[in-house]
Design a protein around this ligand. Structure first.
Ligand code: FAD
Length: 576
């Protein structure tokens, strides 16, 4: 299957084409908006999607990266929700994105011999049973009870006296930002018009008062344009209330933000082959094997500060370290933490605002119509993005939805078709370019069958086959491909979202930055002045984030973080 290419040029022409009118305009390029764009495009609708920052800049690049049913919802006896999420997990790993979504085993440590083993064992057996309801062969192995000895073999750095054994079960992980860019590119392949760094700054209405489009601000050029659409869908996560208020109606969803942070620790620092799920006083803490690292998190604290740049403060970092250290043989220190990130959960508040015409509510996400012509969707999880997208488009279409049902359960994402054949061919590429087995695994995971496109670029320019000198986990061709195919407009798009160097290496990728700029500048047409500006901006961003990690609370963290201006800033929207 041919892929699609997103560049500055396709962005400009997409914006121009949007002004001819759309069936659906999607506001927000996180996982929810990207899923909606794909859902609407594959129903044959003309859809446009705009994102004010880079794709996935909001919550969708800052999650725990789990594709999971959520064991803790079983404790709340929410079987429907767990079943729905497990069905989506199954679909993603088997059909839609087998390259991006990977199985991971977890240990649920037990402190009490009889009753806890029975209680947790029953819960996990139910988890397996709900997963088994999905059609076809099981995507995951069944859970296993583990003795303390086996547990020590699986996780040697688990403190010996912290558990009497464990229950082992399986879930999955995904690079969240990569899922989003792959969704956007897949949507574009089916005809969606996509533009990042484009903010909706107002909504327009027809003579009857129905929302019939939006005013867009192209944040790159400063140009304003008006786009008419039969349906406007607001998928802006923690910005939901701000965007829906543009309709002038006081109706809509009520969404608060809650902050969750993660720490990144090098894989070799903790000896273990599986992940851990640990109960905390509030929720759960995961220690997740992810690529060359462990991701440890998360927290859950109310948040009322800047929505663009939440940070992990010293207090947050110490909280996570304390909880992880309660079970680790050799305690982690601040020096072991090579990166941190913070995200905001869009927490739906009960009920909708006065004036909302109708609403469909699931326990996790809600779709509502704050004003005629405008649909808002919020809540949910990365895992259930597809169901959320389907619900939002169904809701917008109303009666027409029956004639144009969603088909995204049968639409593999880019890179999924031809994956098995690519797995078999990859060793030839490895032999030709001297790539290790780990590198081939990394490439197949990120690009799937699209790996051929990167190989074609290497054939044109052989030096792209080399690893980046100061970030050897990535090849030069990956940053070139990001610039030529993956909608990169700025250096930070590469550092934060196409690669995750910002938290994968202790220097946040600063040593690799000049080489990355050398590779992408010719593709993006940057002159010397632009190269310097991009590097200066990213360096300032890193310094501000590093300083914010030393602050005690969110107020101070915000003040310190905002010292670094954005390379392209979202505009404050009028409050009505
Ligand atoms: P966002 O990703 O925030 O996207 C909204 C977008 O709208 C933003 O990119 C923003 O820039 C854009 N926007 C805002 N205003 C405008 C405007 N006016 N014009 C244009 N664009 C605009 N889920 C899981 O399934 N598994 C997990 O392991 C998991 N872990 C999590 C851990 C944490 C700490 C958090 C916070 C969440 C986690 N989640 C997880 C939940 C999941 O990450 C979110 O539900 C999901 O990412 C929300 O996506 P979204 O698209 O709705 O919002």
């Amino acid at each position: 299957m041919a892929s699609s290419t997103l560049t500055g040029e396709t962005r400009r022409s997409a914006l121009a084409e949007m002004t001819n009118g759309l069936d659906v305009l999607v506001i927000g390029g996180g996982v929810t908006g990207a899923g909606i764009a794909l859902d609407a495009a594959t129903r044959g609708l003309q859809v446009g999607i705009v994102e004010a920052q880079d794709w996935a800049s909001g919550t969708s690049s800052r999650s725990s990266k789990l594709v999971h049913g959520g064991l803790r919802y079983l404790q709340m006896l929410d079987f429907h929700l767990v079943h729905e999420a497990l069905t989506e997990r199954d679909l993603l790993i088997k059909h839609l994105a087998p390259h991006l979504v990977k199985r991971v085993a977890f240990l649920y440590p037990l402190e009490h011999r009889i009753w806890e083993r029975a209680y947790v064992g029953t819960g996990v057996a139910l988890y397996d049973a709900l997963a088994g309801l999905a059609p076809g062969k099981r995507a995951m192995p069944l859970h296993r009870h583990r003795s303390r000895t086996t547990m020590q073999e699986l996780f040697p750095d688990f403190r010996h006296d912290a558990a009497i054994g464990a229950v082992q079960y399986w879930d999955a992980t995904v690079d969240d930002a990569r899922l989003v860019i792959t969704l956007v590119r897949t949507a574009a392949k089916y005809g969606a018009l996509a533009a990042s760094r484009t903010q909706v700054v107002d909504l327009t209405k027809d003579a009857t008062g129905r929302v019939d489009g939006a005013e867009l601000l192209d944040l790159e050029s400063g140009e304003r344009l008006t786009v008419k659409a039969r349906h406007v869908i607001n998928a802006t996560g923690v910005w939901t209330e701000e965007a829906q208020a543009l309709s002038g109606s006081s109706g809509g969803l009520k969404v608060l933000a809650s902050k969750g942070i993660h720490l990144v620790v090098p894989r070799e620092r903790i000896r273990g082959d599986v992940g851990l799920i640990l109960q905390t006083e509030k929720s759960v803490l995961f220690i997740i094997p992810w690529s060359r690292y462990w991701i440890i998190g998360t927290t859950d604290t109310p948040y009322e500060h800047d929505l663009r740049h939440p940070v992990a403060t010293r207090t947050d970092i110490d909280y996570v370290l304390d909880h992880a250290n309660a079970v680790l043989r050799t305690p982690l220190t601040r020096e072991d933490v090579i990166g941190t990130y913070a995200g905001l959960r869009p927490l739906l508040q009960p009920g909708t605002k006065e004036g909302t015409s109708s609403a469909k509510v699931s326990r996790e996400h809600t779709v509502a119509s704050p004003a005629p012509g405008l649909v808002a969707i919020a809540g949910g999880k990365l895992t259930t993005y597809r169901v959320m997208a389907k619900d939002a488009v169904d809701f917008a279409l109303g009666d027409r939805a029956a004639r144009l049902p969603s088909i995204t359960d049968r639409i593999p994402l880019l890179g999924a078709v031809g994956l098995r054949a690519m797995h078999r061919r990859a060793h030839r590429h490895a032999a030709r370019y001297g790539w290790s087995k780990a590198m081939v695994g990394h490439l197949l995971h990120r690009y799937g069958a699209m790996l051929d496109e990167l190989v074609a670029m290497i054939e044109e320019q052989p030096d792209l086959a080399r690893p980046l000198e100061h970030a050897p986990a990535y090849l030069r061709v990956e940053v070139a491909y990001a610039a030529s195919h993956e909608s990169v407009l700025h250096l930070e798009d590469v550092m934060l979202h196409r690669t995750r160097l910002v938290y994968e290496v202790p220097d946040r990728g600063l040593a690799a930055m000049p080489e990355i700029v050398d590779v992408i500048a010719p593709i993006l047409g940057w002159d010397e002045e632009r190269r310097q500006r991009e590097m200066e901006s990213y360096t300032q961003r890193c310094e501000a984030e590093r300083a914010a990690e030393e602050t005690a609370d969110d107020a101070e963290g915000e003040r310190v973080r905002l010292r670094a201006p954005d390379i392209v800033a979202m505009r404050p929207l009028p409050t009505r």
